[in-house]
Design a protein around this ligand. Structure first.
Ligand SMILES: NC(=O)c1ccc[n+]([C@@H]2O[C@H](COP(=O)([O-])OP(=O)(O)OC[C@H]3O[C@@H](n4cnc5c(N)ncnc54)[C@H](O)[C@@H]3O)[C@@H](O)[C@H]2O)c1
Length: 263
């Protein structure tokens, strides 16, 4: 494992760290000698990860985690991982409540955390915001409009933070994996089986990519390196890209029909 000098003794918060990618991030940061706070809505899951890693626990909504995490860490936060997310599927027919939940967790929890953190970081001239976005924030996730739209929002917010505060010591990373073997992937259904599962990686591989991205001070962290090529192809040839994605959509509809679902 890469050793990141900047993380030794760093005060780190990971939201949504009761399982999946967040738990792997908490373990990886603890192994680097960081002091970690594990946040999750699921208190039992958070406590289990914290017990393994010697971390502190803040149970509750990621959007409100900063004050309690600051207290648990004795006053300051060096690294904030905005990792909690919801994998909401559907299209425009999904209820407003579904769209709002995706917006709240996938975007506004990042905004609220940044609002709480920036005064401390700008005063100190130092801070690091690690946003778990998704390849869906660079591309599009078949069958999941609220997820795709809000992950594009999360990426836009991370980019905005990065370029606005770069010269004031605030570092930002946007982590954009494709499939990762977690509870979220298990719940994604035929679209996940088609698009994500074939190249899915373990959460530990995402954590390793994050450590390497921090060591290299890279904004865009791509645990699946091939995503860089897809992103470039989408930008260079949007018509061709859409034709290819529509082909995937039709395969997805066939899979759903076979499973007895309506596309
Ligand atoms: N699994 C994938 O294939 C994949 C791919 C790309 C990006 N991501 C992103 O990675 C992040 C982590 O996802 P995961 O796959 O580990 O999912 P997961 O479902 O395994 O874990 C998510 C954790 O977040 C917690 N959580 C949900 N809403 C919360 C909230 N409001 N406040 C605090 N905790 C909350 C859940 O209780 C859960 O423990 C998400 O942002 C997700 O969109 C996942």
């Amino acid at each position: 494992m890469v050793e990141v000098e900047a993380l030794r003794g760093a005060r780190v918060v990971v939201t949504g760290a009761g399982g999946g990618i967040g738990a792997a991030l908490a373990r990886a940061f603890a192994e680097q000698g960081a002091r970690v706070v594990v946040n999750d809505l699921d208190g039992d899951a958070a406590r289990k990860v914290a017990d393994e890693t010697g971390a502190a626990v803040v149970v509750g909504d990621a959007a409100q985690a900063v004050p309690a995490a600051r207290t648990a860490l004795g006053g300051g936060i060096d690294v904030f991982c905005a990792n909690a997310g919801v994998g909401t599927g559907g299209g425009p027919e999904a209820d407003d409540a579904v769209w709002e939940a995706a917006w709240e967790v996938n975007v506004m929890s990042h905004v609220r955390a940044a609002r709480a953190l920036l005064p401390e970081w700008l005063e100190r001239g130092r801070g690091r915001f690690v946003s778990t976005v998704s390849a869906a924030g660079l591309l599009t996730m078949i069958g999941a409009a609220p997820y795709t739209v809000t992950k594009h929002g999360a990426l836009a917010f991370a980019e905005w933070l990065a370029l606005t505060y770069r010269h004031r010591g605030v570092k930002v990373h946007a982590v954009c994996p494709q499939g990762v073997r977690t509870a979220m992937l298990d719940a994604t259904g035929p679209a996940g089986d088609l698009v994500l599962a074939p190249t899915a990686i373990e959460p530990e591989a995402v954590a390793q990519a994050v450590l390497e991205g921090i060591a290299a001070e890279r904004f865009l962290i791509l645990p699946h390196p091939e995503v860089a090529g897809y992103y470039a192809a989408r930008a260079a040839e949007p018509e061709r890209w859409l034709r290819g994605m529509n082909k995937l959509q039709r395969q997805y509809e066939d899979l759903r029909a076979k499973a007895g679902e309506h596309a």
